[in-house]
Design a binder for this molecule. Structure first.
Ligand code: KE4
Length: 428
């Protein structure tokens, strides 16, 4: 693939945007080569400024479950734009989307919209602290919940890719309230409750996607629920990534353990900037203007984004067996990659949850962040670069998750597997 125009564009971008990107993971720092500048998306494909086409397993890091240029979502946005871009006043479409979401989750009577996953999680933490009157929170090594100060501690995703899990600029005075536990390790969580009687909440990605794909064990989630009930803390599921991706109900479609607060993002906006957080009435009514916990946003519930989200959600609900067919494709891909790698002696751990898939260059199963860090990131970087040369656009970090969209056919998946056979052979 010739990528001269991307290289030129990247050099220009670096003059006026830090690192040339508006979000660090896009800089390709943990893999080789120059980030591609994208001209357009078409169904399952991306087209870069040099005219190269790639099958897109990133889908804007999750939102585009229907691929690029979905007609229903596009039409909803175009119709909404004709009414005006933003009013800073309530609109009925916000109520419609809120009702659609609340009726899907037993734990949710109300939901509030914001403009990003970071904002949703930051607000959920403040709400949990306000509701319980406590200051400490428990998070897990390797989980990423956006870049608000309290949570940028031993984060996954971009932060760990750069090997700077706890970012400069975050006051120690703040992060002393953030207790770290080990994913899938209940003893480490019990220790947090021994060390603090001021824990407002536990926040977890119930299906971790920011250390690579690492699902929580059911017995582990049950243990978290029991600990929260015993100590009067709230359980927050961060489903910004897994929401509407692992199943129609996200992780909650796959576990019997019910959280107190849920956060969303990505798919819920259909590709537009949307985040959300919801809970039962007694918790949500603590929020301003009815309650004392302040939270606000100029473009929160923006009608264009709401219409995109509503079109996305309506379509998700209308397709029979949507997630079983997406999961079948995720399994087809990962089993094919595993067989191709193993056939030349390269160990590969793979896993799927609905339309989410992950793989680790690792000889052992990955159950937590320490396991994930033992993966061969050098091998990952070379694999990523060689697959890109063959027109396959994978997440540019070992500590991310891949996605299947409805626009991907078995033939496309089989072609990717065929390409990987060649690449693994060269790598071995
Ligand atoms: P945003 O603020 O990026 O919309 O959402 C933050 C967030 C919160 N919670 C979870 C579980 C998330 O995965 C994210 C964001 N995910 C990353 C990709 N792993 C976004 C990509 C990026 O940072 O550019």
């Amino acid at each position: 693939m010739l990528t001269q125009k991307s290289e030129t564009a990247f050099n220009k971008a670096k003059d006026v945007i830090p690192g040339g990107v508006d979000s660090p993971v896009r800089a390709f720092k943990s893999v080789e080569g120059t980030p591609l500048f994208i001209e357009k998306g078409e169904g399952a494909y991306l087209v870069d400024v040099d005219g190269n086409r790639y099958i897109d397993f990133v889908q804007s890091w999750g939102p585009l479950i229907f691929g690029h240029g979905d007609k229903k979502i596009e039409d909803a946005v175009i119709d909404a734009v004709k009414q005006g871009l933003s009013f800073g006043a309530p609109t009925e479409v916000e109520t419609k989307l809120a009702s659609e979401i609340c009726m899907m989750f037993d734990c949710m009577d109300k939901v509030r919209f914001v403009s990003s996953g970071t904002e949703a999680v930051m607000s959920a933490i403040r709400l949990a602290r306000g509701f319980t009157g406590r200051d400490d929170i428990v998070k897990f090594e390797g989980c990423y919940h956006g870049h608000s100060d309290s949570l940028l501690v031993q984060a996954g995703s971009g932060a760990v890719t750069f090997g700077t899990p706890s970012s400069p600029g975050v006051p120690a005075d703040l992060t002393k309230h953030t207790l770290l536990a080990k994913y899938n390790d209940l003893e480490s969580v019990k220790k947090c409750f021994e060390n603090s009687d001021d824990i407002a909440c536990i926040i977890i990605e119930p299906i971790a996607g920011n250390m690579g794909l690492v699902p929580a064990d059911e017995i582990f989630l049950e243990g978290l629920r029991t600990l929260c009930d015993k100590h009067g803390a709230l359980l927050i599921y961060d489903e910004v990534m897994s929401g509407f991706r692992a199943s129609l109900k996200g992780a909650q479609g796959l576990t019997a353990v019910i959280p107190d607060i849920v956060t969303f993002g990505k798919v819920i906006g259909g590709g537009m900037p949307v985040g959300a957080f919801g809970a039962r009435r007694e918790i949500m009514d603590k929020l301003s203007p009815d309650g004392p916990v302040y939270q606000a946003g100029t473009l929160s519930g923006n009608p264009i984004a709401m219409n995109a989200g509503l079109a996305s959600l309506t379509k998700l609900k209308s397709i029979e067996n949507l997630y079983s067919s997406l999961e079948a494709k995720a399994k087809r891909l990962t089993q094919g990659l595993k067989a191709a790698a193993n056939s030349v002696g390269i160990p590969l751990q793979v896993d799927v949850r609905g339309s989410m898939f992950g793989f680790f260059f690792n000889a052992n199963p990955v159950k937590n962040f320490d396991d994930a860090l033992r993966s061969d990131t050098e091998m990952f970087a070379r694999f990523h670069q060689m697959m890109l040369q063959e027109g396959v656009y994978l997440a540019c970090s070992q500590f991310e998750t891949g996605f299947i969209s409805t626009e991907m056919s078995d033939e496309m998946i089989d072609k990717v597997i065929e390409v990987s056979q060649k690449v693994f052979k060269e790598l071995s």
